[in-house]
Write a protein that binds this ligand. Structure first.
Ligand code: S3P
Length: 171
């Protein structure tokens, strides 16, 4: 039977964690974040995992995390790192929601945040914006194709985003 988790996928900086926290505020449902789980279990920052061990090592940790989520977690909101959507068992973890925003909209969101510099610095794949845009262009189609539902978040209030997520899930 399909699990009752909601998995938030989408590009770096789109606001997956923010939406997860808004869902908690409005519904009381708790969330976990795949990057936080990996940082906690390794006791290392994502950017240090990339620097010390390379991206493939990080992707393997994501895979282990995905298998654990499928086995052990239910009734939870799961916010994910921007590359987590590639997990083979994604759909077995729960209902997949793609939070969609334009590349420009995402950069605007990051730059308007009070800790913009920190948000940019902690993301190894956002260091070169030209490369990041290329990654975005490839990923947009892939996010769409793995998602059960797509929710546009560009310049929208959190309450509206949360409302649409639940309207879509509950049909
Ligand atoms: C990544 C996104 C990051 C983090 C890692 C790799 C990606 O998470 O998992 O730096 O491949 O898009 P956010 O989406 O929270 O930035």
């Amino acid at each position: 039977m399909k699990k009752n988790n909601i998995i938030l996928i989408g590009f770096m900086g789109v606001g997956k964690g923010t939406v997860a926290r808004a869902i908690f505020k409005q519904t009381g449902r708790f969330s976990v974040d795949t990057d936080d789980i990996i940082e906690s279990i390794t006791k290392k920052r994502i950017k240090d995992i990339f620097a010390d061990h390379g991206e493939p090592y990080f992707r393997d940790l994501e895979k282990q995390c995905a298998l654990w989520l499928e086995k052990s977690i239910d009734n939870t909101i799961i916010s994910t790192g921007g590359g987590f959507y590639r997990q083979e068992n994604l759909k077995d973890i729960g209902t997949v929601i793609y939070l969609e925003n334009s590349f420009e909209g995402i950069l605007r969101r990051i730059h308007n945040s009070p800790n913009a510099e920190k948000k940019l610095k902690k993301r190894p794949l956002l260091q070169n914006l030209e490369e990041a845009k290329k990654l975005y262009d490839v990923r947009v189609k892939e996010y769409e194709s793995v998602a059960d539902f797509v929710v546009n978040v560009e310049d929208r209030a959190e309450v509206d985003i949360v409302k649409e997520i639940f309207e879509k899930i509950e049909g």
